[in-house]
Design a protein around this ligand. Structure first.
Ligand SMILES: NC(=O)c1ccc[n+]([C@@H]2O[C@H](COP(=O)([O-])OP(=O)(O)OC[C@H]3O[C@@H](n4cnc5c(N)ncnc54)[C@H](O)[C@@H]3O)[C@@H](O)[C@H]2O)c1
Ligand SMILES: [Fe+2]
Length: 372
């Protein structure tokens, strides 16, 4: 039996924040990070909430949120007991909020308390992880990342507003934008793909192809900014239903061990994964055609797609390899057994087109390190 789900209500457009005006709650908890407070993006939310409401801000989330942050947030949730919880930020804030809600609800249950069915609204400020429409949450424990997936973590409402992306630094536009392309690509070649996810993933990739560089070069231009936001959300819907692949499993491990941002580590890994996934040759060929790339046979098209990704990375100033990023080879070599373990334990590995053995993984990791 198969399932395709489009669950969160998606509120979008320049006036989408008006949705908050209609919330008839008295207690709101906003889960976010310090930059959102400093950049006054939190104020845009507060301005819209009912004047007489009690608002608590939990702004301790950091990139690649940890178990500790989730624990602190659960305490906050437990003491404040909000009626509505709003996650504002990139994937880190939204994922942390999901973890807080999930483990918070478990705590309420274990104590036999009512959790009051809090409304969960996710407002992304990066484009992005698509976390606003997924039931995934990626939490860092020690030097590993754990990808959790529970339907209970899916937001009730995803609120998209391009206004929040105006303050994004170029490096974050590059990293998060290449993450969207990885989501679309992994959803499209996944062994768990279906006609619904295919259509959505392709549209997301086409929007990225047409808009990411424009958005990177001119972050203040509304149309490309808005289109990259739609692409991010679409790719999230696609991979939430089809799952991802080893591009993400490898990026999760590398990101946690070498403190590389999620999108950047996915971007570094992507060309080498396209090359290793020969079981999906036809599908990569279809992606290349949809992106308007040249090539006659699927084999040629897959090669051209890899070159396209390499060129896009160059324009976005994303390093070719871990070596170029400055990672020490001895340290990398020492961690290979742990990286292998992480990849095998990652839920994203399940539906990757190719199943790799240890030797193939090591050879792939060395390519990712040396960039050849
Ligand atoms: N849940 C999912 O489905 C899913 C999918 C992919 C990745 N992830 C996870 O999401 C996290 C990465 O999220 P991300 O890439 O969105 O980055 P992020 O949330 O870690 O944010 C990166 C940096 O950008 C800043 N920032 C965010 N929005 C900004 C804005 N509008 N203006 C200025 N600065 C801004 C943040 O303060 C932070 O310093 C990782 O932990 C990754 O594992 C989750
Ligand atoms: Fe991702």
């Amino acid at each position: 039996m198969n399932k395709f789900m489009i669950k969160p209500e998606i509120i979008f457009g320049e006036d989408s924040l008006n949705y908050l005006q209609g919330r008839e709650y008295k207690k709101f908890l906003i889960v976010t990070d310090r930059s959102m407070v400093q950049l006054k993006l939190v104020d845009k939310i507060i301005e819209k909430l009912p004047k007489d409401s009690e608002i608590q801000i939990f702004s301790e989330v950091e990139p690649n949120p940890t178990v500790d942050v989730v624990e602190k947030g659960v305490k906050e949730l437990f003491h404040f007991q909000p009626q509505c919880i709003i996650a504002l930020g990139g994937g880190s804030s939204i994922d942390a909020c999901k973890g807080i809600l999930y483990f918070g609800n478990k705590l309420f249950e274990s104590l036999g308390k009512e959790n009051g069915n809090m409304e969960f609204i996710a407002i992304p400020t990066t484009s992005g992880t698509g976390s606003e429409v997924t039931s995934y949450s990626v939490i860092t424990k020690g030097n590993s990342k754990i990808a959790l997936a529970y339907d209970e973590m899916l937001p009730k409402v995803a609120l998209l507003n391009p206004e929040f992306m105006k303050t994004l630094p170029k490096k974050i536009i590059a990293d998060t934008g290449i993450d969207v392309l990885t989501h679309g690509m992994e959803a499209y070649v996944s062994q768990n793909r279906n006609p619904f996810t295919n259509a959505i993933a392709l549209e997301a990739m086409k929007l990225i192809g047409a808009n990411l560089l424009k958005h990177y070069e001119n972050p203040k231009d509304l149309i490309p900014r808005e289109n990259v936001q739609y692409a991010s959300c679409l790719a999230g819907i696609a991979f939430n239903n089809s799952s991802l692949g080893i591009n993400h499993s490898i990026a999760h491990s590398l990101g946690a061990k070498f403190h590389i941002s999620h999108g950047r580590s996915n971007g570094i890994v992507m060309p080498y994964v396209i090359e290793v996934n020969d079981e999906a040759e036809e599908l990569y060929g279809e992606i290349a055609s949809q992106l308007g790339l040249p090539g006659e046979t699927p084999q040629e098209k897959r090669k051209v797609l890899k070159i396209y990704v390499e060129m896009l990375k160059e324009k976005l100033e994303i390093p070719k390899s871990l070596k170029e990023l400055g990672i020490d080879f001895e340290e990398f070599k020492r961690l290979i057994p742990e990286i292998l373990k992480d990849i095998k334990n990652d839920i994203c590995t399940t539906y990757n087109p190719n199943s790799l053995n240890d030797e193939e993984y090591v050879s792939l990791l060395l390519k990712i390190y040396f960039g050849e």
